[in-house]
Design a protein around this ligand. Structure first.
Ligand code: NAP
Length: 295
């Protein structure tokens, strides 16, 4: 589709933004779904994010995604918040609707998609979250909302884990979340008890693909699901360990694509069905840009 005066603008606000794969699959999405729009990556300094967000209104953008380090700042800048964004305390998608800036969060929807698809909500099954940053918060929100009651948190910095747990108690009303210390020294028995293990740290991400957030001798077993939010490489060292032990593995590619599909559906609601249909194609397309193999 040719760019004309009617072509809608969308994009990503991040810092840095040059490494982002979002323009690759979001522009492919618009092309395949027949939407007259383009998606650009904008590298915006933290000191300029407020101005950039307000500029969206006057430039006529349909919306943008927001990534590190702006998700929490944007939360305080938009005019209105969705229920999910308000509870999570972070915005990863802005919609400009009749001149009003709406802040949404679609990360938790992207995270849950592969688990739901595989029938792996595991209401009564204990989950272990490695990490306590922004992604961990969206993951914890998604798991608690889907009914998971027993969640363990392992994080390098204890105070960050306690902040996450306090937020969950206050905002989500759950009091069954425990801090289990540093993931690098995690107890073997605790790992065995966890039906779902989710890595939300960047440990193992390209180029440091030899790294693993768990101790060197960590063992998994069949019946466990190990989910790594990292998508480059597609198979991290953590996922390889899990796969070799017969556990089910999920990488971050589908989460990335699905949060983008939900964002695009908010910007172009009339094309929602066509947008959601492009999931498999986009995962495949994005996979070509990542490292398929680990060590
Ligand atoms: P963040 O807010 O900066 O949090 C990072 C977390 O990782 C913190 O808990 C931090 O621990 C921990 N961590 C960082 N470096 C570590 C290290 N060397 N050793 C041990 N722990 C370490 O980042 P985020 O937004 O949560 O993102 C985290 C990861 O998730 C990134 O890899 C990102 O690409 C991925 N992600 C993927 C998707 C997707 O769609 N697939 C979406 C969102 C995020 P401390 O508290 O000790 O600092």
């Amino acid at each position: 589709m040719k760019i004309t005066a009617h072509t809608k603008l969308t994009g990503l606000f991040g810092h840095p933004a040059g490494h982002s794969l979002s323009p690759v699959f979001m522009n492919a999405l618009f092309e395949h779904a027949g939407i007259d729009a383009r998606y650009f990556a904008f590298d915006i300094l933290p000191s300029h994010i407020g101005e950039a967000v307000h500029g969206l209104k006057v430039l006529g953008f349909a919306g943008v995604n927001v990534t590190i380090p702006h998700k929490r700042t944007v939360f305080n800048v938009v005019d209105r918040l969705s229920e999910d964004a308000s509870a999570i305390g972070a915005v990863n998608c802005i919609v400009i609707s009749q001149g009003v800036l709406e802040g949404h969060n679609t990360d938790h929807l992207g995270f849950m998609w592969p688990l739901r698809k595989a029938g792996l909500q595991g209401k009564n099954e204990p989950a272990l979250i490695i990490g306590s940053g922004g992604a961990a918060r969206a993951v914890l929100y998604a798991l608690v909302r889907s009914g998971v009651e027993v969640v363990r948190i392992a994080n390098r910095t204890a105070s960050h884990a306690h902040t996450l747990i306090e937020w969950a108690e206050k905002t989500l009303g759950v009091h069954t979340i425990r801090f289990e210390g540093d993931p690098a020294r995690l107890d073997e028995a605790l790992l065995r008890q966890s039906r779902l293990v989710v890595n939300t740290t960047p440990v193992g991400m390209f180029p440091d693909i030899g790294a693993c957030p768990l101790p060197a001798g960590a063992r998994f077993s069949e019946g466990q699901t190990v989910y790594d939010l990292i998508y480059n490489p597609q198979q991290t060292r953590l996922l390889r360990l899990a796969r070799e032990a017969g556990a089910r593995t999920i990488n971050g590619l589908e989460m990335l694509v699905v949060q983008g599909l939900f964002s695009a559906s908010l910007w172009f609601p009339q094309s929602r069905e066509k947008i959601m249909m492009q999931r498999s194609l986009l995962i495949q397309r994005l996979g070509e840009y990542t490292h398929a193999q680990t060590l």
